[in-house]
Design a protein around this ligand. Structure first.
Ligand code: SF4
Length: 372
């Protein structure tokens, strides 16, 4: 079969992973800027999906869509694409291609206009290298036990954390001079995601730095750390083994009431404590915040502005505007307006180089990447 992968810039990592998974089963994906061949595959996020729906519907070939948006909205996308992959793709996509090739009904985990049979497996990371011919990031962990109400991650990958083995990570790391890892919370490696196992994190870092030839970036782009996991011990490990001098934590709001409504599972005090540990350890904090959550009051946004000011005394803030992502508990809700003081303070700090991101236009975050 002539199999095409529709190039979408933000989905390059998915391509690297699925290219490898399909290769394992004897299927070769060809990257393409338009649909064609026998089958074209798309990975869709919820921002870019609307701009591609007409193309998918009119494609001159069989179409397969997957990714976060397809998982969240599979019942709508079956009207646009021939097959919609719900959830993880590594096992389902090659299995589906085989069924298409032999004219058989789709496997579990795939929706069509004829219905949907729920997925019957969960991917073991060691069975699928993160990349082969096309390099991607090394995914060390998948799944998240938290349930932040704006986040699609647990909806796609579930609440149970799964980890790639040290051997597998080490093999993949040999391809890089600079190692960067994908995980919902870098410090949760080897754990259930709620109870740290720092000895496993230390073993991971020591393994990756063992031959002394590679730089290890840990707790920074493309994976951040939850604030309550930042302790003197964890900062010490990062100082000892890793090459980044900045640490990226997701805090999202300076208001305890908002954090509680979001089910973040940490408090503002946890965030302030993390900032202290990061600074005391000689590292620079980068903090993610989101403005405009549904029902966020002006006073709650003021609390976030105060947090932003505090962070910027010694670090940087990456600010986003709330997006009601499909499949999440906050899907379909409206973002509240950003208050004038937040506009003014974040604008000034952005001019000073302290704040990046887009707190007015949420779509920008999917088209622009900032390096710290
Ligand atoms: S925001 Fe992070 S901690 Fe919260 S559910 Fe998503 S991945 Fe998990």
């Amino acid at each position: 079969m002539d199999l095409r992968w529709r190039e979408i810039t933000s989905q390059r990592n998915s391509f690297a992973t699925l290219y490898t998974a399909c290769e394992l089963y004897g299927y070769n994906l060809i990257s393409s800027s338009c649909p064609g061949g026998d089958v074209t595959l798309y990975s869709l996020n919820s921002i870019q999906a609307p701009g591609l729906l007409d193309e998918i519907a009119d494609a001159p070939c069989v179409t397969v869509v997957g990714g976060p948006h397809a998982t969240a909205c599979y019942d709508e996308l079956v009207d646009v694409a021939d097959y919609v992959v719900v959830g993880e793709g590594e096992f389902t996509v090659p299995r589906l291609l085989e069924r298409i090739e032999h004219g058989q009904a789709p496997p579990p985990g795939v929706a069509t206009q004829n219905g949907y049979i729920p997925v019957d497996h969960s991917v073991i990371l060691d069975s699928y290298p993160s990349f082969s011919e096309y390099k991607g990031y090394i995914e060390i962990s998948r799944g998240c036990p938290y349930a932040c109400s704006y986040c699609q991650t647990p909806c796609i990958f579930g609440h149970r954390m799964r980890h790639r083995s040290l051997d597998s990570i080490h093999d993949l790391a040999k391809h890089f001079k600079q190692i960067r890892l994908v995980t919902p919370n870098a410090l949760a490696y080897g754990s259930d995601g709620k109870h740290p196992k720092m000895e496993k994190v230390e073993r991971l870092m020591a393994t990756l730095k063992a031959d002394g030839t590679r730089e290890l970036y840990f707790g920074t782009f493309p994976s951040e750390i939850r604030p309550e996991w930042v302790t003197e011990e964890s900062v010490d490990l990062i100082r000892t083994f890793c090459d980044n001098r900045k640490l990226h934590i997701g805090v999202q709001s300076g208001s305890d009431a908002v954090l509680s409504r979001l089910h973040r599972g940490h408090s503002c005090a946890d965030a302030l404590s993390a900032l202290d540990h990061i600074r005391d350890g000689g590292l620079v904090p980068i903090v993610d915040v989101i403005l405009g959550f549904p029902d966020e009051t002006e006073e709650e946004q003021e609390e976030t502005v105060r947090l932003v000011r505090e962070v910027c005394k010694s670090g940087f803030v990456h600010a986003h505007r709330f997006i009601p992502l499909p499949g999440t508990p906050l899907a379909g809700l409206q973002s509240t307006p950003v208050i004038p003081n937040a506009e003014s303070v974040l604008g000034s700090l952005a001019l000073a180089g302290k704040v990046t991101g887009s707190w007015n236009d949420p779509e920008l975050r999917f088209f622009r990447r900032v390096s710290y």
